[in-house]
Structure formats: structure tokens, C-alpha cells
Design a protein around this ligand. Sequence first.
Ligand SMILES: [Zn+2]
Ligand SMILES: [Zn+2]
Length: 369
Amino acid sequence: MSAVPAAFRVPPAPPVTNNRVAAALLALAAAEEPGGRASSEYRAAARTLRELGADLFGRRFALASLPEVSPRAADAIGSFLACGSDENVDDALAAMLDHTDPAAGRKRDFLSRADADRILSAPGGLTRANLCGDLHLHTDRSDGRLPLASLHRALERRGDCYALLTDHARDCAVAGGLFPADFRAQRREVDLLNAKGLFGFKMFLGAEANIAEDGTLDVTPRNVPEVEAVVASVHTDLRSPRDQTARLVRAIETPGVAILGHPKGRLYDMRSGLRADWPRVFSVAAAHGVAVELNGCPERLDLPPALAALAVGSGCLFSLSSDAHAAAHLSFLDFGLAVARLAGIPASRVVNTFSRDRFAEWLEERRAG
Ligand SMILES: [Zn+2]
Ligand SMILES: [Zn+2]
């Protein structure tokens, strides 16, 4: 978070953030019997804190009245808020557990909703109004919950100009991945919906291609011509200690790849993601005109802010996305926007700011390879 340009200053965080209290609650949960009542209560409260639109520090109200916050979790939140600083929260937690939180590193450099809203409240920097649409979206045809028509309507009604639909392909069988015939059917459905639209909204048909361990992809416009371009993402071998630069580079160099999706593959409180020579990955992406994703799903927040700042220096393009699997996730685009602001990314480097014609041209260039 140190790469903030002088022109844009992040408003200061309160001394104790919801984010740090949530991290401490999760550490308490992990110390309890797995699946037991105390563990579930701490986890539910942590989720609530990460989703609240304002930090709790300095406010007066009954903590147990917050959604999903039990009296036991409210007591813990109250004692953490009384610590006076995020650092003191860590010390208090270590005293309670008798050791430091072993998962602390997997919860750092993420943003709570309150963090994102605070970052976006400051003047200057990229705003929602600069973005023409979302470029990573799932329907109930793979592992999302929204039918395609409902998703199309929601984006159109929001006033978006375009979107890139990216259901999983066959290698993500657990996610109900689509086969070529399924993409052909989706092509017909998207074309019909686009033709019926009233406000000129256009959905482009993409896919979320899975990057196999050798860097090959399960779907590209070459093997499924109905697909205009793909977001290529890693979903396996994410805890391996080996360097995975070659895997990512091969994917980026594949014609038809427009976006490198959630590049690090990290998950909040779960895993730190893969190891790679990031300057090399970013320079190859920049050279190929492939955008790196700022995935706004708060459990992913991937790229993290520091890597996003590194990618700016490498000359990369960026794609901001929600990776929405349900209607409530569509607002996750804000978290990608917050990371873009933290990293000092100018609007001109963000492909979602392209006009629809320019965006279509950029996809076409990626197909040409
Ligand atoms: Zn993915
Ligand atoms: Zn996805």
C-alpha cells in the first residue's frame, strides 16, 4: 500500500479496522473445535465485519445487534476494538492464543467493504463512472447462480455499456464447465439477448479458460470459434512451492487470451497463491497486450495492491472485474477499483474504460495473437 501517488491520498484508516478485528476473530475460530458452535459464531461475525460499510471503531452501539454476531462474538469484538490500534489487536490475540496467529500472512493486504468504501470516497483516481462494464462474470450454466437472461438484464439496467461473459469450460468440471456445443448454445442466447436490448448494452461471449499445469488452456477462440476471447486463470496446484512463471507465460502467449484472471490464485485466510517471477510475467503480459486482472471478489482481491503497483511499472493493461457468481457479487467491482486506486493505475491502462468499439478491437487483436 506504499505505492500511492501523491495526487491521490488514501483517507487514513481508523486506529482499529474491521478488517483486523475480523482477522482476529478468524484466528479465535481456528483455535476452537472445528465445526463447533464457538468456531461458527466467530466465523459468522468475521464475515459480517468484513462486509460492513463503515468501520466500527469510535462508534457507540450494541455490537450484538449486528447481523450474525452472537453475544460471545460481540464480547470479542468489543475487547479488540478497545485495544486502540491494529498492532495492539495482534498482541491481544497472541496473548489469548498463547502464540501469534499462524494465518496472519494469509489475511493481510485484503480489503473489507469499509476499507474499499473509504478508499473510493476520496476525490481523484479512477471511479465507477470510468468503467463501461464488468469483464469476468458467471451464470448458472457453470457455477454461478444467475440465469444468463437475468445477468444480462441486471447489467443493462445498471447502465453498463458492455460486459464479457466468462463461464468456465470443460476442465473445471467441478464448476460445471461448458463443452463446445454448450458455448454454441450460449452464443445463440447471448446474440438474442443483445438484439432485444433497449439501451445498446452488448454482452461479449468469452469464457474462463483453465490454465493446466503445463500452461495449456481448455478453451480458446481457436478451438471454440463462438468464443470471442478468454480470461485465462489458474485453479490447480496453487499451494506448490515450485516457480510457476513458465505456466503463466505460456498461457499469456496463447492467441485468444485477453486477460490473465486472478493471477496469484490466493484466497483470504486459505492460501497465499502461487510463486512466480512477477516482473517477468507482467512484462510478457505487457508485450502481448494481455490485461492482468484486478479480481474484486473480496476473498480473492487478486492482484493484491503491491503486485498491481509492480504491474503498473511493467506497462501492463488491467481488467477490473467482480468474478460475480450471484447478483449480490456484482458490486465487487468496487474492490477492484479500490486496488486500482491504491496502485495508482491511470484510466488509460484499464481496458474496461475503452469505448465498446475499441474494446471489441482489442479482443480481436488478442484473437490474432
Ligand atoms: Zn477462476
Ligand atoms: Zn471466475
